[in-house]
Ligand binder design. Structure first.
Ligand SMILES: NC(=O)c1ccc[n+]([C@@H]2O[C@H](COP(=O)([O-])OP(=O)(O)OC[C@H]3O[C@@H](n4cnc5c(N)ncnc54)[C@H](OP(=O)(O)O)[C@@H]3O)[C@@H](O)[C@H]2O)c1
Length: 393
């Protein structure tokens, strides 16, 4: 029997043997639920990250029966059903936990939740009702909405409940957001390092997303333990301990920097100089974006920068080694400015101000359409149309 057919046979046996409530973490968890399944040998780990020792928690610390036992008296009330609500909610539900969803009745999320099998009056409620019914209140509204709705939500977070966030934003910048935690409840964070769609797809593949976990306020002495368990419940593979402050600073900084803002700025600057020097749009796009995303960046992702360098010609390598420090020196002051702007709350105020406007969706659509209409991205459409899987353009 090949390894693949053996695995398939095991999966079928597992599905038949495992009691329904114990089936989850997709197939990986189901395997663990079998009496004969090998005991998890991995657990909390102290790992060396380039010379610094850090503690990493992993899903194996919480075999499914233990997870279900831990939350057997809890109702997880997910408030908001956007990207994270969808991913975290479905994962926790598939893990056999008691989950309910609270969203605006009749809104977009209400419809979406129903499409995902949440039933009004059974496990789908208006926000205030869900909070009253829940013991763990998972505030997964958009950050601007958390601020707008807090005055109505706060009085419902009564003693004995646990308050959960997926971003440090609302509490760390409370002067700007107006969100202050009630003093008599545990307040914890699990921030998946990826979109809610990825939280869901990785879970379905039997893997798990990386997430940051933190405690803002520990009333019961169990706050960190709850954060670790909830991280697993919503689909985390590996959880890294941090603070609310560090989570939000690094998150806002990263997305404005290399992850999103910085990359668009670098691509555009390189493309424009090529065009100003007479290169065609296709050549400028290929040398700026296509080669990066299709060939070189995946190599960095797999094995690191030195591997990518070594996979390129000696000519390319020499130039990259010479120019990398020049780009570092040119960019560092920009990153310092950005970090300061995050720390002093400038980025938060800008985000709240913009995203609280009633027409924020249209305003975003207009700005992103402008990007889509830039020559570089219009040229990209034609380049992508030539790929074998051309429907992805
Ligand atoms: N998305 C990510 O990649 C990501 C990653 C990690 C952490 N996080 C964090 O996870 C949390 C949730 O983010 P998200 O991206 O999932 O949010 P989102 O997709 O923007 O979800 C928005 C939710 O908020 C509701 N909402 C918006 N305005 C509202 C209002 N005034 N009153 C009541 N409900 C309102 C929406 O309901 P309607 O449909 O009714 O408008 C929807 O259910 C945030 O703290 C975010 O920073 C997000």
């Amino acid at each position: 029997m090949s390894a693949r057919s053996a695995a398939r046979a095991l999966n079928i046996a597992v599905r038949q043997a495992a009691p329904k409530a114990a089936r989850a973490y997709s197939l990986v968890a189901a395997r663990r639920a079998l009496p004969s399944a090998p005991k998890a040998t991995r657990g909390v780990k102290t790992l060396d990250f380039a010379g610094t020792k850090e503690t990493v928690y992993e899903r194996a610390d919480w075999p499914l029966p233990k997870l279900q036992e831990y939350f057997k008296n809890d109702t997880l009330a997910l408030i908001g059903y956007g990207s994270q609500g969808h991913g975290q909610g479905l994962n926790a539900r598939d893990n056999g936990l008691n989950v309910i969803v609270g969203v605006r009745e009749g809104g977009e999320s209400w419809k979406q939740a129903q499409e995902d099998g949440w039933v009004p009056g059974k496990n789908l409620f208006p926000i205030d009702e869900a909070i009253k019914k829940g013991s763990i209140i998972m505030n997964l509204l958009s950050d601007a909405a958390q601020s707008q709705t807090w005055k109505d939500i706060k009085p419902l977070i009564t003693e004995g409940k646990t308050l959960y966030f997926s971003h440090g934003f609302s509490l760390v910048y409370s002067k700007d957001t107006g969100v202050e935690a009630p003093s008599n409840v545990d307040v914890i964070l699990c921030a998946p390092k990826g979109s809610g769609r990825t939280v869901r797809t990785l879970f379905k593949e039997g893997r798990g997303i990386n997430a940051s976990i933190a405690v803002w306020q520990d009333v019961t002495g169990k706050a960190m333990e709850k954060a670790r368990a909830l991280a697993v419940a919503v689909g985390t593979g590996y959880a890294y301990e941090t603070t609310f402050e560090k989570e939000v600073y690094s998150d806002l900084y990263g997305e404005r920097g290399v992850l999103m803002g910085g990359i668009q700025g670098m691509f555009l600057a390189q493309y424009k100089v090529l065009r100003e020097n007479g290169h065609s749009p296709s050549e400028a796009f290929n040398e700026t974006v296509e080669e990066a995303t299709q060939s070189l960046f995946p190599l960095i992702g797999q094995y690191g920068m030195d591997y990518m360098y070594n996979a390129c010609s000696t000519t390319a390598r020499r130039g990259a080694l010479d120019w990398a420090p020049i780009f570092e020196a040119a960019n560092k002051p920009v990153f310092e400015k950005l970090y300061k702007s995050v720390r002093d709350g400038t980025e938060t105020r800008r985000s709240l101000q913009f995203n609280s406007q009633p027409n924020y969706r249209e305003a975003f659509a207009k700005e992103t359409a402008e990007i889509d209409n830039q020559e570089i991205w219009r040229a990209g459409k034609t380049v992508r149309s030539l790929r074998p899987d051309a429907k992805n353009n």
